[in-house]
Design a protein around this ligand. Sequence first.
Ligand code: FAD
Ligand code: DLZ
Ligand code: SF4
Length: 516
Amino acid sequence: SKPLLLVLGDQLSLSLATFKNASSNAVVALCEVAEEARYVPHHIHKIGLFLAAMRHFAVILRESGFKVHYTRLDDADNTHSLIEEAERIAKLYGCDSIRVARPGEWRLWDQMQQRSNNALAWTLLEDDRFYTTPETFASWAKGRKQLRLEYFYREQRKRTGLLMEGDEPAGGQWNFDHANREPMDARRDFPALPAHRQDAITREALEDARRHFGEHMGSVESFNLPVTRRQALVDLKHFMEHSLADFGRYQDAISDSEPFLCHSRLSAALNIGLLAPQEVCEAAEQRYYAGDAPINAVEGFVRQILGWREYVRGLYWTQMPGYKAENRLNFRRNLPAFYWDANTDMRCLKRAVEMTIDNSYAHHIQRLMITGNFALLCGIKPEALCDWYLAVYADACEWVELPNTLGMVLHADGGLMGSKPYCASGKYIDRMSDHCQHCRYSPKQVTGPDACPFNSLYWHFLETHAERLNRNPRMKLIYGSLSRMKDEKREAIRQQAEQFLAHLETSTDYGQKLHT
Ligand code: FAD
Ligand code: DLZ
Ligand code: SF4
């Protein structure tokens, strides 16, 4: 028998299950296809990243002795679909089966499962580059009424021994979040990311991305993502040496000028396979034991990868395909048009979208509490918001994007991802950021022409969804304040919010603006 080893754009690791015990006559296929770049209009950096990283990985595979068939975007016989390319190439080389590790999206998983009945056998392997397989997660989840990150994460710590001292968590506590809520300190300098050199392969890949998908968000001029394992290791070392120690302190801060703060910007490299989560967590743990970084920073960082990253993946694979259709708060509004061009006078949103356009990156609190929170308060429909997050971030793959957007941001899954919605007013943004001093609105006003729109939208959201949310014990305090509010004040806030929403310019598709 002669297998075709199909390697997807986010499977660029030599440790991939697909390569294990591969027979010497196997052919590896990597395929650049337009369908994957267009099913949502991905940011130009994201497309450039996939093309450059895939091309570099093909070189590594050839150097390691594999026979590689590489389909380029410009190849005349390219079918531009991953499934069809795999079958075409298999036929070309006389292969009788196709082996592939679990893809990062249900869409492809489902198509591959269906193809498995074909004459050409598809074999789907587990992707074991994570701490947890979907099967392990499912057995943890079985019989539990609530799937809380905190309990999952403690199990992960015990299972791996990361930051464990015997049976006890290092530092005596599982969670140091109380020490991780420092607001933005505008005077502080933050470390710049390493500037990656672009070799001929990277430059050509970026040029191809621009030539084919030039109308997509962003410009290749500002591209600085790691595209090889070597570059990803440079970023890892840089983060460990310059940012990890302050990661906790500034984890929740938002800056008007600094896109990265003390975040690692390792997500894209992790998600496409240039780094393994184990080596990243272990490097952080070592810094703690060497006395180079405090426990609140290291534990906070490890929780993101060992906890959240694994938890959302487990949720995705155990809840799909039904998860994607969830919309428990019944949201109907299209995406605000400024999510594509940053054309808004709300400073925090303008900066979050501008940074997204510049870098195909925004840090977690920008995604959750600025663009996410605004979408939640306005009631943006899940499919529109999910498509946006999937398109604009270089690290976006559906297994991680969907639970974060549909679950954490939009609370559309009935509380599986979070016990309460992450809704907040302008007061919160003012406390955590230095945006408001640059804004034409005032975070202290709720009604009137200068009032921050987040404020009235916040109360409007709580009022609209009171029936579903007011019995939630974690929302009791805030619904108490709402019920004590005088009727005329409530009415004025309602009108302010409704007027804002009536004038919000939305879009049904990239670049196509509408008035709702
Ligand atoms: P750091 O702050 O340095 O964190 C370290 C690592 O922890 C990240 O690289 C990432 O691998 C992991 N991590 C942190 N938070 C999460 C989380 N909530 N879920 C899963 N992993 C996490 N992350 C993606 O990788 N891809 C996505 O498509 C994605 N979409 C998101 C959409 C929304 C609406 C929200 C609120 C969050 C999303 N996240 C996504 C999670 C998180 O925002 C990013 O992982 C993080 O901002 C990446 O930047 P970083 O590498 O500097 O992270
Ligand atoms: C995002 C993306 C892009 C832009 N291009 C390709 C591609 O040409 N070939 C490929 O194999 N994958 C690409 N991807 C990633 C896929 O859309 C998809 O997310 C993963 O392959 C799922 O594992
Ligand atoms: Fe954002 Fe409101 Fe502050 Fe303006 S005033 S930056 S809209 S929170």
